[in-house]
Design a protein around this ligand. Structure first.
Ligand code: PEP
Ligand code: MG
Length: 574
């Protein structure tokens, strides 16, 4: 699946968890039992990952599927009974050291034993042991596997899986593209790739079986292909595309200071989505003329660290955005951790869930831990001292959640005023994400207690159609153009209009120019998107008229088949 458009060529680099620097800790005798348990949990997590890979390899055509399947089986075998497992457990108990260090010592001992045998077949087996040891280490450590930002500029990263947190760590000045074995098109890893503006392909099951580190790899995120050591002809084609893309970009850049209005004079507000740890996204949003920030994904502030950020750290990061936007409104969404967005600093609060997307996520998590939300609100209100902000609650499913959050916010604000803290005198608007089908269907009831709506089509699609947005096996069924999703968008938009509150769309469709006439035709006047999409959407806005968009939307809403709807969008000349 190509999930982030464009293409890039560079030397392949694959993470090697076995060579991660791990600390060696001497444990007190009473901690040894718990350490063995921790190691066993890592073994179980590794097993589950491999089972998942095995399932996926079964969907490949026979020879490739078999090849991957054999390898996965070999690795699974090592995770049920092997010298590696016995050796590591033994070392934790005998030497009283942490599991990661025990793995490193055991691997060293196995390597020495293999070296003495001088046998090519066994040497290949050692590679497998090393890979399994790497997987175990990765499942034990809290830090992202990828310390990828020391890689030479121009590198292409190939990995089994990249978490949203790992993807958010990428410096696009060094990593020009990435591809993974696992992952779905609407996962946050995909969203981060688009935000960084680097090409990415996910869900390529055979990815790691044909490529050697250092091979030249061409990742084409538009076509969803990966070419290893491309031929001269392919390179010539790519060069031609590069010239074309540069020309297109020059044209788009001219729109930077032009207003976002339709040909018949209707203004469409275009705002930016920011993942809060990314100053370069903010810079691009400003350069490309965002009229505000429609979504700050604050959860990224909590990723790639072991401790929760303090109130000061949160306030500093958020204030930088508000100051950067210089008077343009910034919509700060409260923490949306859970689902595929995992933060080690909050792991203990989230706990284990059989079905994390339906579990303790977003507003449910923060209302359960009011102290966490209180600190978060304080930081947000402090940022609001530097410019207009709006606060947005994620994954709302009922009125009570809004009322509870509103009460807490009012109390925090009153306390801060009493303390003499630097906050605005009045409370900022408090709005909600419409991303749960129940919230969309009850939009009229929720509008009465919300200051604005922002429609999160990513989750709205996931929950309406019961499609895990991160699962590549059902990715073909994920479709925001399904009539059910469109009706929910329409109903929420109308409910907002009747109640006189603003409504925008901040899901990924907002940044896709194919959707612009439909959304505007349905009554949306504000769209928030990855900064990299701002100019393309503006181009589409400036070419259309509201009248045509409205008739088009009406025709789409009469169409029962989502494939026909997709064709209507593709063919639309509006
Ligand atoms: C959405 O669900 O559409 C949304 C914008 O939120 P996120 O992608 O962060 O879940
Ligand atoms: Mg969402």
């Amino acid at each position: 699946m190509g999930v982030s458009p464009g293409f890039a060529l560079g030397p392949a680099w694959m993470p090697d968890a076995a060579s991660l620097p791990v600390p060696e800790i001497n444990l007190p005798p009473e901690a040894i039992g718990a350490e063995v348990d921790r190691f066993e949990r890592a073994v179980e997590a590794s097993r589950q990952q491999l089972e998942k890979l095995k399932l996926k390899s079964a969907t490949l055509p026979a020879p490739a599927g078999q090849e991957v399947g054999f390898l996965v089986d070999a690795h699974l075998g090592m995770l049920s009974r092997s010298r590696l497992l016995r050796g590591v457990s033994g070392r934790i108990q005998r030497e009283g050291i942490n599991a990661e260090a025990a793995i490193r010592h055991e691997l060293q001992a196995i390597s020495e034993a293999f070296a003495m045998m001088d046998d090519a077949y066994l040497a290949a087996r050692f590679d497998d042991i090393r890979i399994v040891a790497g997987r175990l280490t990765r499942n034990l450590t809290n830090f992202p596997t990828l310390s990828i930002n020391s890689l030479p500029p121009g590198t292409v990263v190939l990995a089994e899986e990249l978490s949203p947190a790992e993807a958010a760590n990428i410096d696009p000045g060094r990593i020009v593209a990435f591809a993974t074995v696992l992952g779905g098109a609407e996962s946050h890893t995909a969203i981060v790739a688009r935000a960084l503006g680097i090409p990415a392909v996910l869900g390529c099951i055979e990815l790691l079986h044909h490529v050697m580190p250092g091979d030249q790899v061409l990742v084409d995120g538009s076509a969803g292909t990966i070419t290893i050591n491309p031929s001269a002809e392919t390179l010539a084609l790519i060069e031609a595309r590069r010239v074309l893309a540069a020309r297109e970009h020059r044209e788009l850049v001219r729109l930077r200071n032009m207003p976002s209005v339709t040909r018949d004079g209707v203004e469409i507000t275009l705002e930016a989505n920011l993942n809060s740890e990314q100053p370069r996204e903010l810079a691009l949003a400003i350069d490309d003329g965002a009229s505000g920030v429609g979504l700050v994904r604050t959860e990224f502030l909590f990723m790639n660290r072991e401790q929760q950020p303090t109130e000061d750290e949160q306030a500093d990061a958020l204030s930088a955005i508000v100051k950067g936007m210089a008077g343009r409104p910034v919509t700060i969404r409260t923490l949306d951790i859970g689902g595929d967005k995992i933060a080690d600093s909050l792991k203990l609060l989230v706990g284990e869930a059989v079905n994390p997307a339906l579990g303790l996520r977003a507003i449910r998590l923060t209302l359960k831990h009011p102290a966490l939300l209180e600190t978060h609100f304080r930081a947000i209100l402090r940022a609001g001292f530097y410019g207009p902000i709006r606060i947005m609650l994620p994954m709302i499913s009922n009125r009570q959640e809004i009322l509870e959050a509103r009460t807490l916010l009012a109390r925090v604000h009153a306390d801060m005023l009493t303390e003499g803290a630097s906050v605005a005198a009045t409370l900022p608007p408090l709005g909600i994400m419409i991303e749960v089908p129940g919230a969309a269907l009850a939009a009229d009831a929720l509008a009465a207690v919300s200051d604005f709506f922002s429609i999160g089509t990513n989750d709205l699609t996931q929950y309406t159609l019961a499609i895990d947005r991160c699962d590549e096996q059902v990715a073909h069924l994920y479709n925001p153009l399904h009539p059910a999703v469109l009706r929910l968008i329409q109903f929420s938009t109308e409910a907002a209009r009747h109640s006189g509150i603003p409504v925008s769309v901040c899901g990924e469709v907002a940044g896709d120019p194919r959707f612009t006439p439909l959304l505007v035709g349905l009554g949306i006047r504000s769209l928030s998107m990855a900064p990299a999409s701002l100019l393309r959407v503006k181009q589409r806005v400036r070419r259309m008229t509201l009248g045509a968009a409205q008739s088009f939307a009406a025709a789409v809403m009469r169409e029962p088949d989502e494939r026909h709807i997709a064709a209507m969008l593709d063919q639309s000349q509006i």
